[in-house]
Ligand binder design. Structure first.
Ligand SMILES: [Zn+2]
Length: 173
C-alpha cells in the first residue's frame, strides 16, 4: 500500500491483529522512505455499492469518507474511537442490507442521523443541522473541511487551549 505521507509505493506491515470483535483486521504500517506510520483496516465488503448524488451522478461508496463525516460530527464528544468504528460498520451493514447497488446519498445521511441520535445528541444535532442545508454527503464534507480550515470551534468556553493535533509522523522531505 502506498504511503499517505510521501506516496512511496511500498510500505511494510509491522503488526496485524483482529479488531472490532473479529470483523476487521487492523494493520500497523511503516514507510521505509519517510518513516511515516499509519493504520489500515481490512474488512469484508459484501457488495460493491455506488452512491447516487442528487445531481444524478454516481461515485463508489467510500467508507473512509463516511467515517470522516461521522468523526467530525463527534469531534470533542465523549465517544471512543472503537465505538465510532462500530457505528460506521453498522451504517455500512444497513446500507448493504438494502440490497441495492446504487444508494441515494440522502439514504446514507438518514442512516447516519439515526445512528448518531442513539449515541450522542450533540453530534446528532450538528450533523442534522448541517445536513439539512447540505443535502449531499459530499457537500457536508466540503463544509466541514472549510470549517476545519477556519480554525478551532468558536465555543462559549472562551478557548480551551491549543488544539491537540495528532501524532502523525510527517515526512521531513
Ligand atoms: Zn512515506
Amino acid at each position: 500500500m502506498r504511503c499517505p505521507f510521501c506516496n512511496h509505493e511500498d510500505t511494510q506491515v509491522k503488526d496485524s491483529r483482529p479488531a472490532e470483535e473479529g470483523a476487521a483486521i487492523r494493520r500497523r504500517r511503516f514507510c521505509p522512505a519517510c518513516g511515516g506510520r499509519f493504520t489500515t483496516f481490512e474488512r469484508v465488503q459484501l457488495r460493491e455499492m455506488l452512491v447516487k448524488k442528487s445531481t444524478g451522478r454516481t461515485a463508489p461508496f467510500d467508507r473512509e469518507k463516511l467515517l470522516r463525516s461521522v468523526q467530525i460530527a463527534l469531534r470533542k464528544r465523549p465517544v471512543e474511537p472503537d465505538q465510532v468504528e462500530k457505528l460506521v460498520t453498522g451504517i455500512v451493514r444497513r446500507l448493504e442490507q438494502l440490497g441495492e447497488s446504487e444508494i441515494p446519498s440522502q439514504q446514507i445521511g438518514e442512516f447516519v442521523m439515526e445512528a448518531l441520535s442513539g449515541v450522542d445528541a450533540v453530534a446528532y444535532t450538528r450533523y442534522a443541522s448541517v445536513y439539512k442545508n447540505f443535502r449531499e454527503v459530499g457537500d457536508f464534507e466540503r463544509f466541514i473541511d472549510e470549517e476545519q480550515l477556519s480554525g478551532p470551534e468558536t465555543g462559549s468556553d472562551g478557548g480551551a487551549g491549543p488544539v491537540n493535533t495528532d501524532n502523525t509522523n510527517q515526512a521531513d522531505d
